[in-house]
Design a protein around this ligand. Sequence first.
Ligand code: TRP
Ligand code: SF4
Length: 405
Amino acid sequence: MASTSDQNQRVLSGMRPTGKLHLGHYHGVLKNWIELQHTHECYFFVADWHALTTEYDRSEGIAPHVTDMVIDWLAAGVSPGTATLFIQSRVPEHAELHLLLSMSTPLGWLERVPSYKDQQEKLKEKDLATYGFLGYPLLQAADILVYRAANVPVGEDQVAHVELTREVARRFNHLYGKEAGFEEKAENAISLMGKKSAKMYKKLRKEYLEKGDEESLSVAQALLDSQQNISIGDRERLYGYLEGGGKIILPEPKALLTKASKMPGLDGQKMSKSYGNTIALRDDPKDVEKKLRTMPTDPARVRRTDPGSPQKCPVWQLHEIYSPNDVKDWVQAGCVSASIGCVECKQPVIEAVQKELQPIQERAREYERDMKTVQSIINDGCEQARDIARDTMEDVRKSMGLVYR
Ligand code: TRP
Ligand code: SF4
């Protein structure tokens, strides 16, 4: 069982199953997930419904990537004992929350999300003037809120979606957090904390409400996190009561901005499937070698005797990631004086990439040989995720007055 404070630090993130994972994903996203899993309660999921928003006309192409992506995560070091791995469509509560949130989300909020128009422009060949595509960020909000996640590790391009999620949550709490008898319930919850904590809570609340002292607010929130005796519902009431408002049913998450991956592709642009410049995590070592050998270098080095400058060469960017200082010095000196050739210069990078991929591929092969284990990791993850999502939906329905029995 996660402790109360862990629950408030829950991390959630998802990835669309649109193809094989590559080194850009590894350096940009997966390494970050792997770090977070040691310090936080982590939920990572395959966003197959999100893939459908753009791939609806090729929906059969999604399935093959779903399990494969989970294998890539596991191979990269995401640990199923520590993190919960699941598939979005196996937890239908995401869809239910999406629907309920859609009732109160103004169209303008969705139309103004920058990725909406950008992606429509970029993927011109597709008809993305669909209801589902407009709702993409709202579905993402539901993904996050259904787990009451506190932290959402995402790249720059997704920050606007987390912002929208915060607004959607705020509006929801405002609309539905005003339960009858809120004050009495909150006061009652305070008394359940025990005398000392209750007194402290009241004092901190007063300081925050009267003087706007942010420090008191965060101390009071930490105090609530550490309470063992109160229910989740009461804790949320007291969270809301602290700020004077009603009950907080869906807490606002924050984006944990993942540093942009510095991983360059084979042409020096950002590594991305759409540029066709990737090294996949499961590329054969021979292919890795071939891809790197045929990589363009500084065009000034036409002949072996022509000097070049690493600054103009995508291979140098790879040295920056993979090579220790002495190798980097060797490249710098050798390139500008033409004392080394490009083939020679690439060799340490080839070896470093192969060495990095070797244990990943070894693990991937083990999982591929044991699909039963992979399936059971996914099944367990889906069940665990669903338990939490069900709890949230009960609260959501209750607060909206949708419980008719
Ligand atoms: N939109 C995200 C992306 O394209 C994927 C995603 C879907 C996601 N739901 C999420 C990320 C929830 C974080 C949280 O990368
Ligand atoms: Fe690039 Fe190395 Fe060739 Fe210089 S020597 S151009 S850094 S590959």
